[in-house]
Design a protein. Structure first.
Length: 235
């Protein structure tokens, strides 16, 4: 008599129907194994699919963030370029304005020196005054207002006697002076002034420099404009 222990598989094999049961159990186990593998495959596939979706979402979000950063950087760059261009244009405008003012001051200084030196020349001033005297002598002799000539204080000795000699003529019939302008040495700058009636004309350093500046300054400004004009606009 067998007294040892047998496991369930042995018992199944010993049983008359043991072979059939063993096959059934093996099939059940194989089925379970196959279903487990299939389920594992499906789970793995689902995990892979979800991982790919998450990866795509992460990649899409990263691309969107990168594009946003790029656009913000481009906008900032454009703002910086525009601000820099504006600053440069303002600086250039200020420089050009300063250049214009400096050139005008330099021009005025040069003209003042040249005009003052010229009008301080007694010979030049004599000729200039003589032309004025001749021009207005006939008008005064026709009974119009008397001519008044103002000369610089420092040139009174050089011009007064000469001017009187040039203007002091006698009438052939009466023997009285026919033309004798009033001469006043009162100017504090080079040049002279002449007055006939209510009108006064200045031929002084200030008036001549002003006149010359009005003539020269526009041309000078045009030269500055041509110098700062971009090459494509200069042609």
């Amino acid at each position: 008599m067998f007294t040892g222990k047998r496991d369930i598989s042995d018992q199944i094999r010993i049983h008359p129907k043991g072979l059939w049961m063993a096959q059934t159990i093996d099939a059940f186990i194989s089925r379970l194994r196959a279903e487990g593998v299939e389920a594992a495959k499906k789970e793995a596939e689902e995990i892979r699919r979800r991982a790919e979706q998450e990866a795509e979402e992460i990649l899409r979000a990263a691309k969107a963030e990168a594009e946003k950063i790029r656009q913000e950087a481009e906008q900032q760059r454009a703002k910086t370029v525009a601000r820099t261009r504006t600053d440069l244009e303002l600086a250039a405008r200020d420089v050009v304005g300063y250049l214009r003012v400096t050139l005008n001051r330099a021009l005025t200084a040069v003209l003042e020196r040249m005009v003052a030196a010229t009008l301080s020349d007694p010979d030049f001033l004599r000729n200039l005054i003589l032309q004025v005297v001749k021009e207005y002598a006939a008008a005064e002799m026709r009974g119009q207002a008397r001519l008044t000539i103002r000369i610089p204080e420092g040139m009174a000795a050089q011009l007064r006697e000469w001017l009187l000699a040039q203007c002091h003529t006698l009438d052939a019939e009466s023997g009285q002076p026919t033309f004798l302008p009033e001469i006043a040495a009162v100017l504090t700058e080079a040049g002279f002034e002449y007055k006939l009636g209510s009108g006064t004309v200045e031929v002084t350093t200030e008036s001549v420099v002003k006149l010359l500046s009005e003539i020269i300054t526009p041309e000078l400004q045009s030269l500055v404009d041509q110098a700062i004009r971009p090459p494509e606009q200069a042609s």
